[in-house]
Ligand binder design. Structure first.
Ligand SMILES: [Zn+2]
Length: 196
């Protein structure tokens, strides 16, 4: 597609996110309007939802896509959740894995301390409140006389993990019909719980 001089849409618009659905309508990813237009022009995808303003091509104006669907089914490798503080807290529901107190000033604790050769891996990191983290320090569970409420393990990626990583909510209204159950999958922060 060529865009004549003087009619170049704003950079912002061309980089606005477009929801990409797989051939079976399963949400797959997010791309830019620019990329979505290329896919549609090359007959790789169809527009399911438009309405992000007008895009001008050499020959005509059209509505910028908001949701597209690929004509061919894409098989993707398993998506893995990135090991970040936020994802560790999310896996543990923002609850200290030692004392069970939710929310508050949370930290990440290495079950086998790094100074003892513990790895920064899903099965060795847990959410800990500051007092528990302090108590544990560079000790093992036995030495610190602490117990985990459950064994840490790698979480499986939620249905919309890739999309949530790419675009912050709230999403465009036009996306919502294609993201069923989104509310239930949204990460919820448990506010500071009362300690007793
Ligand atoms: Zn604690």
């Amino acid at each position: 597609m060529s865009i004549p001089n003087g009619h170049e849409p704003s950079t912002f618009a061309m980089h606005s996110p477009v929801l990409v659905l797989n051939q079976n309508y399963e949400p797959l990813n997010v791309c830019t309007i620019k990329r979505a237009i290329v896919l549609v022009f090359n007959r790789k995808a169809e527009v399911l939802e438009a309405g992000q303003g007008a895009v001008r091509s050499a020959t005509r104006d059209f509505d910028a896509p908001s949701v597209i669907r690929l004509y061919r089914f894409i098989r993707r490798p398993r998506v893995r959740v990135k090991l970040t503080r936020r994802e560790i807290f999310t896996r543990d529901n923002y609850v200290c894995q030692y004392c069970g107190v939710p929310g508050g000033d949370l930290t990440v604790d290495h079950v086998i301390p790094r100074s003892r050769g513990g790895q920064h891996t899903w099965d060795n990191v847990v959410t800990a409140c500051r007092p528990c983290n302090h108590r544990k320090g560079g000790k093992t569970l036995q030495e610190a006389k602490l117990r985990l409420s459950r064994e840490p393990a790698e979480p499986s990626a939620g249905r919309y993990y890739v999309i949530e990583r790419r675009v912050r909510q709230p999403y465009a209204a036009g996306w919502l019909p294609f993201l069923p159950g989104l509310e239930a999958s949204a990460h919820q922060f448990v506010p500071n719980g009362s300690s007793d």
